[in-house]
Design a protein around this ligand. Structure first.
Ligand code: HEC
Length: 240
């Protein structure tokens, strides 16, 4: 019995000994890293889940700038309800709880379809999923996005529609065009074809002089995306 007690105490003592050793070791490691860096890149690499299928600058920012951060709504000048949604800093400033998409107002208000408001069209399930997953993963300003644009892919369905969807449907979907898009419909093939044939689609996208720069009030599309549209038009602007 006595032997048993000594054995238990010894085990407890050993446990604390190792617990302390382990703790001390961890502290030393963090101190070493922090003394040379203000942040701890090793730790953040380990804890962040890797979901390369959503990247802020590529997938999330265009949704906010083209569906929300527009004149009369949530650009800096309008700032409706105190929300400006034009850049990473302004987007995470309100209504985003990093790590908790379902509890973030910017997500829930879009999911309930309260926003975007008429005449801007609503977000679809893919766009909602991008926003939720981005917040769930910590709402970081991912800038090193792998390009999802490929100039060799320029069929109407796989090359052109996704671009128009993210950057243009907010004002040019059939439901929105009459009041937000100058009557120009870009969510039907015939609507897009008309603007391809009259030259305005390319002129507007390239921000050429004498044209209306599109997306209205937003950044010019990447060269890769503009090339996809050009190649699609040059190949006959087919419904392919
Ligand atoms: C914030 C709203 C908004 C967004 C986003 C937007 N447009 Fe427009 N667009 C307009 C308005 C408003 C007009 C009418 C302009 C006018 O008549 O002065 C217009 C007109 C056009 C026209 C008709 C020709 C012209 O220049 O008047 C084309 C083509 C066009 N847009 C293409 C696009 C494309 C392509 C995108 C996406 C890359 C886009 N737009 C995104 C609001 C928008």
């Amino acid at each position: 019995m006595k032997f048993f007690k000594v054995g238990v105490m010894g085990a407890v003592a050993l446990f604390f000994f190792f617990a302390c050793t382990h703790k001390a070791g961890t502290v030393v490691t963090i101190t070493n890293i922090d003394s040379t860096n203000n942040h701890n890149p090793v730790d953040s690499n380990i804890v962040e889940p890797i979901d390369t299928s959503v990247c802020f600058q590529r997938d999330v920012l265009p949704i906010f700038t083209n569906y929300c951060g527009i004149s009369g709504c949530h650009n800096a000048a309008s700032n409706q309800e105190g929300y400006t949604l034009v850049s990473y800093a302004t987007i995470v400033a309100r209504g985003v709880k990093p790590g908790n998409g379902a509890g973030s107002k910017l997500y829930t208000i879009c999911k309930s379809q309260e926003m975007p408001q008429y005449p801007i069209s609503k977000l679809d399930s893919t766009q909602l999923s991008y926003i939720k997953r981005w917040i769930d993963m910590g709402a970081h300003n991912d800038t090193n996005c792998v390009a999802n644009c490929d100039t060799t892919k320029y069929t109407y369905a796989t090359g052109i529609v996704p671009i128009l969807h993210n950057y243009c449907y907010s004002c040019h979907a059939t439901s929105a065009a009459g009041s937000a898009g100058g009557g120009i419909v870009l969510d039907t093939y015939t609507g897009v074809l008309a603007q391809a044939q009259n030259g305005k689609l390319m002129g507007d996208l390239q921000h050429s002089t004498g044209f209306n720069a599109m997306p209205l009030g937003g950044n010019k599309l990447s060269d890769c995306k503009i090339t996809q549209v050009r190649k699609w038009i040059q190949a006959g602007a087919l419904n392919n």
